[in-house]
Design a protein. Structure first.
Length: 78
C-alpha cells in the first residue's frame, strides 16, 4: 500500500484538505479491507445506487480525517 500511503500523505500535506472520502462497491471485499487498513471509516451505503445489466449494486462511502490519519501514522506498528 505504499502508493496509497503516498497519495494520502500528499493530500494531507495541503493545509486546506481536512478530509478524504471514497466510494467503493460493497462487493469489492479486497478494496474494503485495504481502505480499512489505511484507516478509512465507513460512513454509510447508497443502496441500489447503480444498475449494471440486470443487477443493482450498492456503494459504500468511507472517509478519513487528517487527525485520524496522523494518529494512525504515529502509532507504533507491531
Amino acid at each position: 500500500m505504499p502508493f496509497l500511503d503516498a497519495m494520502i500523505d500528499l493530500a494531507f500535506s495541503m493545509p486546506h484538505i481536512e478530509r478524504l472520502e471514497l466510494r467503493v462497491y460493497t462487493f469489492n471485499a479486497p478494496a474494503l479491507r485495504t481502505y480499512a487498513r489505511l484507516g478509512f471509516v465507513p460512513e454509510g451505503v447508497w443502496r441500489s445506487s447503480i444498475k449494471v445489466g440486470a443487477e443493482r449494486w450498492d456503494t459504500a462511502i468511507q472517509s478519513i480525517l487528517r487527525d485520524e490519519y496522523r494518529r494512525m501514522r504515529e502509532a507504533p506498528r507491531p
